[in-house]
Design a protein around this ligand. Sequence first.
Ligand SMILES: Cc1cc2nc3c(=O)[nH]c(=O)nc-3n(C[C@H](O)[C@H](O)[C@H](O)COP(=O)(O)O)c2cc1C
Length: 188
Amino acid sequence: MTPIETLLSRRSVPAQCLTGPGPDAAQLASALDAALRAPDHGHMQPWRFKLIRADARAKFAQLLVGAASARDPATPPAQLEKLRSRPLQVPLIIAVSARLRDNPKVPGIEQLLSAGAGVMNLLNAFHAQGFGAIVLTGPSAYDAAVAAGLGLAGDEQLLGFVYVGNIGAVVPAAPARPAHAAFVSEFQ
Ligand SMILES: Cc1cc2nc3c(=O)[nH]c(=O)nc-3n(C[C@H](O)[C@H](O)[C@H](O)COP(=O)(O)O)c2cc1C
């Protein structure tokens, strides 16, 4: 694929279609290096990546289940089971957060955008290397107990969880890709 073909063919792959072994050390390093190529006003370097793999996945799953139960003790068992089982289905989860610091020239929104651009590069880099990936959030991503359980610092904002793996099942059709014309106008 040409670089532009790679960008145009990227799609989210649902976690249930992902399987092991996942990226090796060099492939993961390439993806993380690509994430750090995101533009970064003021060299704030806001991006943080917490790797969750092997036995730590079960600990992460328990963190999600415990936090969901604490948020709502009436959470349906099926929902809790999904939270418990999904992390175990993929070889690698990357919890991405943005470390936001005061800077009069670089407001927090710019630091968040930079970290978000890092997530995009991460997704593209995994896709370019033949892996599937998806960002998952939900209430867990905005739960202070989850952030604390992951060991995030007080100034780190969790952005989401990137689930990564080999594509091991037929992937459902991607959402329709809109024509860009509907989102573009010419300044006269
Ligand atoms: C910030 C963010 C959070 C997301 N959270 C979820 C989520 O909780 N569950 C989910 O199924 N997909 C989630 N997604 C993935 C989107 O559903 C997916 O990108 C969208 O369906 C478009 O598909 P595409 O990536 O193939 O274009 C999230 C994407 C982003 C950017």
